[in-house]
Design a protein around this ligand. Sequence first.
Ligand code: PEP
Ligand code: MN
Length: 361
Amino acid sequence: MEINKEHRNWLDALALNHPLVIAGPCSAETEEQVLAVAKELKNSDVSVFRAGIWKPRTRPGGFEGVGEIGLKWLKKAKEATGMLIATEVATAQHVKLALAYDVDVLWIGARTTVNPFAVQEVADALQGTDKIVLLKNPVNPDLTLWIGGIERLYNAGIKKLGVIHRGFSTYEKTKYRNNPEWQIAIDLQNRFPELVLICDPSHITGKRDMIQEVSQQALDMNFDGLMIETHCNPDEAWSDAPQQVTPATLKQMFIDLRVRKMDGESDDYQQRISKLRTQIDDFDEKLLEILGKRMKIADQIGLLKKEKNVAILQNNRWNEILGKMILDGETKGLSEEFVLKIFKAIHQESIAHQEKVYKAD
Ligand code: PEP
Ligand code: MN
């Protein structure tokens, strides 16, 4: 697969003012709602209007989208505002309908990207079109699966191609709805530097007050665009209410975001340092999360020891652990001194935790 400049042409034509902005509601709900959001986004930074028509829901019983009728509303929105229109497709039938209503941008959702049969079906249905096709990352953090999906679209002859980074599911609870795992997006960017890369901070964060921060991170890492869920009455939205923002908030966001032009030498430095810092921040966050979890286990040990009336300090076990950690650390390029220091600190905190539950009534 050779992704080259040709695959970016559509972007240059669309987003002269870098970055590309795709905005609109998570779901099309009613004709009035669709048109109201679209009209408020007219003459803004937004060049593509989005709305989900078929909604993949994690559990049955949720709002599963208005279906084909929503395509009529999208078409009206395009006529009223001049924005391009975008919707999610997951089956050949969706593609057929979206093409019939002249939808300009078709995106493949995270729950579809995980399934090669489904991506292939969509790719086959798209063969021969010159629509813009955007592939979201798979729900699970699997770069190869994501690249496999890109290859299926590429092999179907899609020339106007791009990907959307929307974060990844984890069983662990984090501050994100979908963990960004920036490293995966950066790896993809390094493998295919010309591939149009868009960030979806709405689905990454799941919370409207974190969207600006994540959007800035994406721009600092030279993402080409942002997809942001926008609704006139976010709290009343039929899907993804907590993460949608009003058109007014969106406009303000684009006033506040710092967009970096990446041509000069200092910009190259900025971009590289941003990527590295984001990776460091990711790891620091994970370190704290793991330490927090570790201390919760220490609390449980404290309780168990209390119940069985066992002393807190068990030096044998501790020395055993430390010896093993020093050896392990060496294989990872960590000095003995550092490993000793850090585990001493962890051990002290652990004992403090155990003592606290031990002494509690
Ligand atoms: C969406 O964009 O509304 C959507 C369903 O996204 P994702 O596939 O990223 O969950
Ligand atoms: Mn959504």
